[in-house]
Design a protein around this ligand. Structure first.
Ligand code: AMP
Ligand code: ZN
Ligand code: ZN
Length: 417
């Protein structure tokens, strides 16, 4: 059965009341003329008040604002950016971390490997909103976003740029604005824009440092530049903005480390992730995953939880698929799991802030603001999971969403009535 046929069947089921209320909402009557999805990587939910962000605060007050958005596990950049644009938990879209091993391919995906970003096979588990858009006749343009550099189900965004981490924020804004100057037939209706300066400062200096405050101010100024550019083009009042982040940031440092070598014989496993959470895969001839978990638990290591993949708490939706390591280690907020290899050299420059911890942790909370003619005005609500953003983007653009893990709660909160 084709995807279109599947979607029509689903739509019919919703109309006939055959599915539960968690089914994706049907295509809305709304039609945003221009929707820009902006991500400010690592912008913790409370930076909005904690630091000087007048533009963002104004947009939040005049539009729709979730006090805190809960990321998906693990609270890392690539899994969460792909969740935001697909509505799927990482276990269901397949980008289960920034770096992960796929036993079926015998290869490691890596966020900074050009091949991983350009090869469709890594990303095929989800349909990002720009593909939903293109397939339904809405032109899309991605000024950076994980997953935007590859073909997906035979389509691509009409415009995209390979990631350039060194490009200054203002140049990213100007690049996107230049796309809006294209002739009507080529101009995009859905855009993404991405900033990473707040995440960088958070890692290097910690979430409470003055350098992070400065980065927040600079990100806010870049948004102000975007608004001014839209105004100069007569687009300010017609544009819908959805401004999000992927996760928050917690203080940490080299004094709060759990070493893998103190938990297991590392020669018997393949270490697939370290940091706020760890993942290991026993080698052939090594212990079984169950034996390894039992042995680690018997050590009663403070600040550490260990799970078989299948036993990861159900609320984290992180148990399905072989890209998730068979043994998952989770450190408490602020603690990191590391290897002793090269540690004395690495310790002095170890990160002062990080993310990846349990999404329920206050510090892992992300940003959500929606502002523009398609959205309500002056509406704040408590907390929303980031799996619901995709359905909102689709509803705002009048698109029929692909099946996903979200429901219509954000659509009901945010869309103008
Ligand atoms: P992390 O803090 O390790 O979860 O990752 C954040 C980093 O991911 C950012 O600082 C960016 O440099 C990098 N990044 C973000 N988007 C992309 C992309 N599309 N391609 C490659 N790297 C990216
Ligand atoms: Zn991030
Ligand atoms: Zn980061």
């Amino acid at each position: 059965m084709t995807r279109t046929a599947l979607r029509l069947l689903l739509l019919a089921a919703v109309l006939l009341g055959l599915t539960s209320c968690s089914a994706p909402p049907t295509a809305a009557t709304h039609r945003s003329e221009l929707l820009i999805l902006v991500s400010i990587d690592g912008f913790r939910w409370d930076y909005l008040q904690k630091y000087d962000a007048p533009t963002l605060r104004q947009l939040a007050a005049g539009g729709v604002h979730a006090r805190r958005m809960t990321p998906s596990f693990p609270s890392k950049t690539f899994p969460n950016h792909y969740t935001l644009v697909t509505g799927l938990y990482p276990q269901n879209h397949g980008i289960v971390s920034n770096w992960f091993f796929d036993p079926a391919y015998g290869e490691t995906f890596g966020m900074s490997k050009p091949d991983s970003n350009s090869q469709a096979r890594w990303w095929a588990g989800g349909e990002p909103v720009w593909i939903t858009a293109e397939q339904q006749g809405v032109r899309s343009a991605c000024f950076f976003w994980p997953g935007s550099e590859t073909e997906n189900h035979g389509a691509r965004p009409s415009l995209f740029r390979p990631f350039e981490g060194k490009m200054p924020s203002n140049d990213r804004v100007d690049g996107l604005l230049a796309w809006l100057d294209l002739p009507a037939g080529q101009r995009p209706q859905l855009c993404t824009l991405y900033f990473d300066l707040v995440d960088h400062a958070g890692h290097t200096y910690g979430p409470d440092a003055p350098e992070t405050a400065t980065a927040v101010q600079q990100a806010d100024a870049a948004i102000a530049r975007l608004l001014a550019g839209l105004a100069a083009r007569g687009l300010r009042d017609k544009t819908d903005l959805v401004i999000v982040s992927d996760h928050g940031m917690s203080p940490c440092g080299p004094d709060r480390i759990i070493f893998l070598e103190d938990l297991m014989d590392v020669n018997t496993v393949q270490v697939e992730s370290t940091g706020p959470n760890g993942g290991v895969r026993p080698k052939p001839g090594g212990p079984t995953p169950a034996e390894l978990v039992a042995a680690i638990r018997a050590r009663n290591v403070p600040h550490l939880r260990v799970f078989l993949r299948e036993e990861v708490p159900a609320r984290l939706h992180y148990s399905r698929g072989d890209r998730i390591p068979p043994v998952v280690l989770m450190a408490d907020d602020g603690w990191n799991i590391e290897s002793k290899t090269g540690w004395p050299k690495r310790a002095p420059t170890y990160v002062r802030g990080s993310h990846g911890w349990d999404p329920a942790t206050s510090n892992m909370g992300a940003l959500f603001i929606a502002h523009g003619p398609t959205f309500r005005r002056g509406h704040e609500f408590a907390d929303v999971e980031n799996i619901h953003v995709y359905n909102l983007l689709c509803a705002a653009l009048g698109l029929q969403p692909a099946p996903n893990d979200g429901d219509d709660r954000l659509v009901r909160e945010a869309l103008a009535r």
